[in-house]
Every structure is written in structure tokens, then in C-alpha cells.
Design a protein. Structure first.
Length: 129
């Protein structure tokens, strides 16, 4: 799947869900939420995939503790990885592989769902770091 096709599909999915999005700096950005948690997700399409970056909306004050916690989290994840962002806010990065059009929407939805689970599961421990 080409980059423009992948972005068009993602925009269509977000529009159906009523999620506002903007294009900025080469990224498609939108807000995601789970329960009372709200965060920004930025994504970029590339040939055959969309890369998602979900950013926790808080800065961690203990860099060494955050790096250790990211290592612990990453050992438990099935896909993607959590890392400390440059601004001190943790980021979860994951990829939706889109080899072909068939099933692409399901793969994107699956990645977004998994991303929400990761954000919700690790919100408390990362916020405390």
C-alpha cells in the first residue's frame, strides 16, 4: 500500500469515529483517549506501513528510573516500544504493516487498540517516574 493510500484510509477511519485530526510537520496528529486518559498520537505513513507515536502527556522527572521502566515495559510488549522522549515525556511507538489493501483497516484498528491498552496499562507507573 502506498503512503497516500494509507493516509487516506486512516483519515477516513478517524472521520468515521469523529476524531479530529490535523496534518502538521509531516505528521498526521489526533487525540486518543481511554477512560479519563487523553494523549496525542502522531503518525507518518511510509511505503507499506504507518508508524504511530503515542505521547504520554506528562514529563518524567527521574530519567534513570524512566529508562529502566521502559526496558521493563518493552520486555512485556508484543509490538512496539516505549522510550523517553526528548522533552521528557514517554512515547510509545508502534507500526501497522500494510502490505496490501485487504485487511489494512483491520490492521490499523488493531494497532490503535493495542496502543490504547499500552497507554492505559503503563500510565500510572510512568507518571510516577
Amino acid at each position: 500500500m502506498k503512503e497516500d493510500e494509507a493516509l487516506r484510509l486512516l483519515k477516513s477511519m478517524l472521520d468515521r469515529e469523529g476524531a479530529g485530526w490535523i496534518e502538521e510537520g509531516g505528521f498526521l496528529r489526533f487525540r486518543a483517549k481511554h477512560g479519563g486518559m487523553l494523549w496525542e498520537t502522531a503518525c507518518r505513513a511510509r511505503e507499506g506501513a504507518i508508524v504511530f507515536y503515542a505521547r504520554f502527556p506528562f514529563r518524567c522527572s527521574q530519567p534513570d528510573k524512566v529508562r529502566r521502566l521502559c526496558g521493563e515495559i518493552n520486555r512485556q510488549l508484543i509490538r512496539g516500544a516505549v522510550f523517553p522522549g526528548e522533552d521528557g515525556c514517554p512515547v510509545y511507538r508502534c507500526l501497522a504493516e500494510l502490505d496490501d489493501v485487504y485487511g489494512a483497516e483491520d490492521r490499523i484498528a488493531s494497532v490503535l487498540h493495542y496502543s490504547a491498552q499500552v497507554m492505559a496499562r503503563w500510565w500510572g507507573p510512568l507518571a510516577a517516574a
